[in-house]
Every structure is written in C-alpha cells, then in structure tokens.
Design a protein around this ligand. Structure first.
Ligand code: SAH
Ligand code: SF4
Length: 345
C-alpha cells in the first residue's frame, strides 16, 4: 500500500495542510489541475519547481488504478478499478438517446444488504469507499468518455451506509472552483434505509432520490430484500413522502422485474396501493441474469402486462431497456470481477 498523500477528494485547504505548503494559492492551483483532469504533476504548468518537488516526493493524485475497460456495442462502458488495498470495484457509463452521459458509481466494495437477485449482494460487504475513491471513479470515467452530465449512486453498495463519504465526494464534485457539477444532476438509490432518507432530507445535500422498492408485497419483499425487516413498507412510504415534501423533488421507485415473482396482477395492485398519495415515478428493470441465481427474466409480454395495469391507474411508469448486459455492466450485475477476475475479455 502507498504511504503517499492522496489528493483526490481533498479541498484546497486540506491539500495545503497535508502538504504543509507555505503558499495557499499553490494548493488551489493543484486542486484546479486535478479537476481539469491532470493525471501527473508535470502537467500542472503554473506550479513552481519547489511545489512540484514536494508533490513528487509526498503525494499522488489518485489512489486507485483502472485494471480493465470494457465496451458494450450499445455504448455502455464499464471500468474495473482496483483500490489501493487490492479490492475490486466497478463503474459504468450509460449514454441515453439524447447523448447525455451518466456515470453509475459504486460507494462500497461489495454490499451488506443481501438482496436475493443482485450480483453485488452475493459478495457481502468488503468495505466502504473513501470520498477520494468515489471522486476517482467519476474522474476516470470522464477521462474515458468525455464530459459527464450526471452521476448516479447506483453501482455497488448501499449509499445510506456510506453517506458521509458520499457527501464529501459530492461537495468536491459540485464545488464551483473545481469540477462544478450541478447538484440537480446527482441521484442516490437506496434499498430503503429509512433513517438515511430522513437524514438526507434534513441535512442534504440536495439530490434526486430513488428507492429500490422491487415489490410492495411485504412478505415477498422480506424474502427478496432482508433490509425490509428493520425498514417496514408503511414507514418507508412515510419517509418517501417526507423527502418529497422537504426537498420539493419527485422520488423514483425502482423495481427489478422477476418472472413469476413480482409481475402478477396482485403485485401490480400492491404497487399501485403503495404509490397512492405519493407523487412518484416508477422505473421497471427486467431482471438482468446473474450466474448462480435462480430467477428468470420476464419476457416483453409479461413486462407490458404489468406496465399496462400501472398505466391504467395513472402511474408514471417507464420500462427500462437492457443496457450493458454483454459486459456485465447492467443493473445488479456489478461485482463479478471481484470474484472471477477474468470472466470477460
Ligand atoms: N444499492 C442500491 C443502488 C444500486 S442497485 C440500491 O439497491 O438501491 C441499482 C438497482 O438495480 C436497484 O434498484 C436494484 O434493485 C436493481 N437490481 C439489482 N440486481 C438487479 C438485477 N440482477 N437485474 C436488474 N436490476 C437489479
Ligand atoms: Fe446492495 Fe443494491 Fe444489490 Fe441490494 S440491490 S444487494 S442494496 S447493491
């Protein structure tokens, strides 16, 4: 492991203190170079020799490295990133019809939530990522794909369990003197940790919120998502309502559709009941296969039947197309590289 000071995820004042720089404006210059995408100290043209020497001796910009870049013919890109302790994480780029680029970043190596249908959930939790590591995911993807428009915390891990690091990463990425990303372009997705939803509503930062509902049938949800145990559906609904009121933002509900499990009329009725009184948008994702898991992807007809019941009840619903499945980069497929290093080449 490197002993050097890692600069990603630090504000100018922190850079100044950690490097014991005499001139504060030098730290600001370093900071601005990092968010312009500099990958070496040599590129930091306006620095004096002395500062460059301090940097070379004591610091490095990034702590992680890209171990593999995978490109799906549909335009999706997946980066496999190795952290400085050897753990593996993944970051995905999605491009929509209008050409907007969204980085789907991980906030943990693995995940503790154990959702039955998710690849990452099978890994268990390795550890939380640092703010710097999250910032690095974004910056690496930007180097790979060009200027990014959006960031979504929908990669590996449960964001509410690492909210402090996410807050710091978001503060850095939205800082006007740095990368200056707009906060309207940030979305966080949670499996439904109620205390985190209130925390985010009350203490910010302001961002869009998505909830992985999956199903509004309490018994089935308990079976598929153990998080339901400490976070029951009626309380979850109250928290969503609070978030929407407090922030003035419409919340998204997500559901991975599992053939024969959560796509029937009864499931649709439960979802409609859950959505009643909430101003929500529902995003449906046909299940992406995960090796070793015994679920089936519903066919188009099964999905459409579910969609049409929701639509009849005037619910805003969207059936997502498959993206990045060829490179294991679709929702719920992240993390295979952590167990099987060479499965795709
Ligand atoms: N951990 C966070 C965010 C990442 S998961 C969360 O769970 O909200 C992103 C979305 O993909 C979640 O809505 C999750 O339910 C869904 N998902 C998980 N595994 C999936 C799979 N195999 N196919 C389709 N969607 C999946
Ligand atoms: Fe974790 Fe999200 Fe996967 Fe559930 S769906 S195991 S919360 S990454």
């Amino acid at each position: 492991m490197s002993e050097k000071i890692i600069l990603s995820g630090l504000f100018p004042q922190e850079i100044c203190e950690k490097l014991s720089l005499k001139q504060a404006f030098r730290a600001k210059q370093i900071y601005q170079w990092i968010y312009k995408g500099a990958s070496s100290f040599e590129q930091m043209k306006n620095l004096d020799k002395e500062t460059k020497a301090v940097l070379e001796e004591k610091a490095q910009i990034y702590s992680s490295t890209i171990s593999k870049t995978l490109r799906d013919p549909d335009g999706t890109i997946k980066l496999q990133i190795t952290l400085n302790d050897g753990r593996a994480i993944e970051t995905v780029l999605l491009t929509d019809k209008e050409g907007r680029k969204t980085a789907c970043v991980s906030c943990q190596a693995g995940c503790a939530m154990k959702c039955a249908f998710c690849q990452t959930g099978q890994l268990g939790l390795g550890r939380n990522l640092t703010a710097g590591e999250i910032v690095e995911e974004f910056m690496y993807m930007e180097k790979e794909a060009g200027t990014l428009d959006n960031i979504v915390f929908m990669g590996m891990g449960e964001p509410m369990q690492n909210l402090d690091a996410i807050r710091k990463a978001v503060a850095v990425l939205t800082d006007k003197n740095g990368r200056a990303l707009s906060s309207r372009r940030i979305t966080l997705s949670t499996s439904g940790i109620i205390s985190g939803i209130y925390d985010l509503a009350d203490n910010g930062p302001k961002m869009r919120l998505a909830i992985s509902l999956t199903t509004a049938d309490p018994d089935l949800r308990m079976e598929l998502m153990p998080v339901t145990k400490g976070n029951p559906l009626p309380e979850l609904k109250k928290a969503i309502s609070y978030y929407a009121q407090k922030t003035g933002q419409r919340v998204t509900l997500e559901a991975a559709l599992l053939s024969g499990k959560n796509t029937g009329e009864e499931s649709a009725a439960r979802m409609i009941e859950f959505a009643k009184g909430l101003d929500v948008y529902i995003n449906l994702i046909p299940w992406n296969p995960v090796p070793g898991l015994d679920f089936k992807t519903p066919d188009y007809k099964e999905c459409e039947r579910f969609v049409s019941i929701l639509e009849k009840n005037r619910i805003n619903v969207n059936l997502r197309k498959k993206r990045g499945t060829k490179i294991g980069g679709a929702c719920g497929q992240l993390g295979r590289s952590a167990v099987e290093k060479d499965e795709i080449s």
